[in-house]
Each structure stands twice: as structure tokens, then as C-alpha cells.
Design a protein. Structure first.
Length: 396
RNA sequence: GGGGAGGUGCCGGAGCGGUCAAUCGGGCCCGGCUGUAAACCGGGUGGCCCCAGCGCCUUCGGGGGUUCAAAUCCCUCCCUCCCCA
């Protein structure tokens, strides 16, 4: 295989999954230049969470790293400190330095599970943003119009919904753009919702006399509900730290239509494989994808276990192999025990569960609102997935 | 500066003196069914009580007040949105 064709297949791979590439020709030239490229990606340190929506980006960065390029992770600590009412919420968490540092540490640990440590550099944008002065800010602001910024989806939405929109928020995209100037990014990656911000970075670099960055956007992954983008605030995410069973199970719960998207974005399925996936039974297809993604996050062994667990417990309504065991005294009320063990939040909840038939002892539905435990050993099932084993002894 | 509309449970959004622990939708949970934790259908969704009662306690931005009784009326403070200047 010649050098040229290898190059182009690399380009093909990098281009795959991307929604926008601005400019494609420029990307090609950069890749052909033989230069070690600076790949920028921004992260938000407000919560120590990495979910599989992020993973789409992370995997793309890794592809660049595999070609020898360098990842520049920019931690948006400056905005986190000032408070950013982003998205739907108008709540502005102001994090302390310690919290940000802690969150960043946790986030990066998760990122580095998938990235090449030696080709990853971390920067905090407060390093340069906290010393910026007013004339620089005004200078930056003069590069964009209000309607450009209002064109951003989340801003416009809030405007339309009559939700507060603060002036300082208009600055954030500018600051993010300025980050690109500082680190002299060659390429910036982001979700499709970031396109505007990425392009602003491009413009900003030009006006600072730098070669503009290439902007690459990747699709946003829909969350478990199948509609909204995966995010913490919607609670529709799969964390990379979820238990293998939960990862597997959550994927089994996504709407069928989403299977191919997950397969493509997270398992790197090619067109051909996607077609195959469409042909087989949705349940089989989903199992396959669930297994792959669980494997990606937790390794083969864990994934295999999760697969078996799902079939046994969810599908067959069986009992899992490992159940936590507890010892209680004779005559205790089951519902109270469940509350004490933290299986349910309140006794009322346990009562409701009992009424709706969601509590079982050794496979028998519990009917009594206050069930007295007798001597012996019991497997208690609460709802679909919670199991505990109780050893009831004679009270002294 | 002027005028108007609002702040209700996880979210959206009713209620506007008792019948309100608060309609409804979403989410979530349980059950049924199944091909799955999909879809669909049914139920539930503040807490407490081994007297489960038409029981008790804590909720409708914060504080105070009127009343036998307030999410609902009054006062005050805080917050948001819209229009005009």
C-alpha cells in the first residue's frame, strides 16, 4: 500500500461520523503536512461525570492520537467559577477552585481510560482568561453580532420560552473562541450544538492573524428516552462508571430505532455492518450492541457477565447469582427492613410497592402491607432488579 | 422611570378561602403483556404509624398577618418575564 492511499484511508476514517467539517480541504492539507496537529476539545468541569455521549468525541480524539496527533483538553474552569446558566436551567453553580480541581481530576481519569496519556495535554482556561482586560473583552466582542449569538439554539430557545438570558452569557462563546487562539488549535472537535462556537473560534483566530482551526462536529447522541440529547440535566445518560449490568440494561431499554445510531457512533459499525444489524431481530441487534458497548466500557469479562445477568434476571425473571445478604431478627417487619437497608426510600414507598405487587419473597408476591418475617432464609425481590437475601433468626 | 404578567410537587402546568397532599401531561416506579429495562395497556408517585384511619405531620418563592379554616385574602421582602421610556 502506498503512502498516499494510507493517508487517504486515514482521512476517511477521521471523516466518518462527522457531521460538519469546515473546511474539508484544509483538514486534508493539515493531515498531509506531516505536522503533529493540535486537536482541541473543551470540557465542562461543573460535574464529575462522563457519559457515553462524551464518548463519541473521545473516541474521535483517539483516532487522531493514533495518527500521532496531540489532544489539547481545555477545561472551562473560568466559566465554571463565574457561573454559567447554560442549557435550560437558570441555576448558576459557582464552583470553588477545589471543586473544579477535583471534578477535573475525576473527568480526566475517565477520559484517559480511552485516550493516549502521552498525547494528551490539559489546560485550564482561567490561566489566560482571568487576566484578560476590558479592552480585550470589547475587542473580542466586536467580532460577533448579537443576532449571531442569539442564533445559537439554546439561547434562542430560552428567549422564546421567556427564560432569563444574561448579558455575560453572550461572552462565553467568545471566551471559548479565544481559547483556540491561545493554544493555536489546528482542529477543534465538538458536538453539532457546538458548531457556532467552533466557528467563532475559527473567526477569532483569523482576526488574531493565526491560521484558522478546522471545525469538526459529531452527532449528538440521543439519550435513553430516544429524543433529547444525552445529558446530565435530562437524566437520560449512561455513565462510563455505571455498573456493567446497568450499561447493558439501559441500552436494552433504548428505543429500537436508536440501535443503529449507537452502533455506528460507539461501536464504529460500518455501513455494511449496520445493514446486517437492521436485518436481524431488534432484540438480537440490541443485545449485540449492548454487549459491545458494555465491553468498550467495562471489558469483555464484565460485559459477558452483564449479558448473562440480563437474560437470567430480566428476561427469565430469575434470580441473580450474587445477592447481598443480611441478617435480621424474627418478627421484624419486612417493609421496614427494606427501608433500613436502603432498598426503598421510605416505608410508604415499600407499602405502595406491596400494594402494586412489586415485592416477592421466594417468588411469592407479598400481600401484607406489614409483613412479619419468620425464621428462615428468604430471597426478597423488590421490583424488577433489586434482590436481597434475608436470614431471619430467633430473637433473643 | 412607567405599565402588565408570574413564582405550585422531579419537570411542565391547573387550582385562586374549606370537598387540596393539591386536576392534568411528561418523567420515574410497579404490574400486565412481550422480543428487552422497547412498544402498548393498567396502577402508583410527600412523610409517619406492627391501632393504615376517610389518622397524624410537613409542603404551593421568603417572612408576617386576617380567618374556625389559606396554595388561595392582606402586608412586606426576594426573584423572573413582557411592553413602553
Amino acid at each position: 500500500m502506498s503512502g498516499v492511499s494510507r493517508e487517504s484511508s486515514a482521512l476517511m476514517k477521521l471523516k466518518s461520523k462527522a457531521v460538519d467539517i469546515i473546511e474539508e480541504k484544509q483538514l486534508e492539507d493539515l493531515l498531509n503536512s506531516g505536522k503533529k496537529l493540535r486537536i482541541k476539545i473543551g470540557i465542562d468541569p461543573t460535574a464529575p461525570l462522563v457519559h457515553i455521549g462524551h464518548l463519541v468525541l473521545i473516541l474521535k480524539i483517539r483516532e487522531f492520537q493514533e495518527l500521532g496527533h496531540q489532544a489539547y483538553v481545555i477545561v472551562g474552569d473560568f466559566t465554571a467559577k463565574v457561573g454559567d446558566p447554560s442549557g435550560r436551567s437558570s441555576l448558576r453553580p459557582r464552583l470553588s477552585d477545589e471543586e473544579i480541581e477535583e471534578n477535573t481530576k475525576i473527568i480526566m481519569e475517565k477520559f484517559l481510560r480511552f485516550l493516549d496519556k502521552n498525547r494528551t495535554q490539559i489546560y485550564f482556561n482561567s490561566d489566560w482568561l482571568s487576566n484578560i482586560n476590558l479592552s480585550q473583552i470589547i475587542d473580542l466582542s466586536s467580532k460577533v453580532t448579537v443576532s449571531q449569538i442569539l442564533g445559537r439554539d439554546d439561547f434562542r430557545k430560552r428567549q422564546e420560552e421567556g427564560k432569563p438570558l444574561y448579558v455575560h452569557e453572550f461572552l462565553y462563546p467568545l471566551l471559548q473562541a479565544y481559547d483556540s487562539v491561545v493554544i493555536k488549535a489546528d482542529i477543534e472537535l465538538g458536538g453539532t450544538d457546538q458548531l457556532f462556537n467552533l466557528l467563532l473560534g475559527r473567526e477569532m483566530m483569523k482576526s488574531f492573524g493565526l491560521p484558522p482551526q478546522v471545525c469538526i462536529t459529531l452527532p449528538l447522541l440521543e439519550g435513553l428516552d430516544g429524543k433529547l440529547k444525552m445529558s446530565k440535566s435530562y437524566g437520560n445518560y449512561i455513565s462510563v462508571d455505571d455498573k456493567a449490568e446497568d450499561i447493558y440494561g439501559k441500552i436494552m431499554g433504548i428505543p429500537d430505532e436508536l440501535i443503529t445510531k449507537y452502533a455506528k457512533l460507539l461501536c464504529n459499525f460500518e455501513e455494511k455492518e449496520i445493514e446486517e444489524l437492521k436485518k436481524i431481530h431488534p432484540f438480537e441487534a440490541k443485545s449485540e450492541v449492548a454487549l459491545r458497548i458494555t465491553e468498550l466500557l467495562k471489558g469483555k469479562e464484565e460485559a459477558e457477565k452483564a449479558h448473562q445477568w440480563f437474560n437470567k434476571v430480566i428476561r427469565m425473571r430469575g434470580t441473580p447469582d450474587e445477592i447481598p445478604e443480611f441478617e435480621v431478627s424474627y418478627g421484624t417487619i419486612l417493609q421496614k427492613v427494606l427501608k433500613e437497608l436502603g432498598v426503598v426510600k421510605s416505608v410508604s414507598e415499600a407499602t405502595r410497592l406491596t400494594e402494586s405487587g412489586g415485592i416477592y419473597i421466594n417468588g411469592e408476591q407479598v400481600k401484607e402491607k406489614l409483613y412479619q418475617l419468620k425464621k428462615g432464609e428468604y430471597v426478597v425481590r423488590v421490583g424488577k432488579t433489586k434482590f436481597i437475601k434475608l436470614r431471619v433468626k430467633e430473637d433473643s
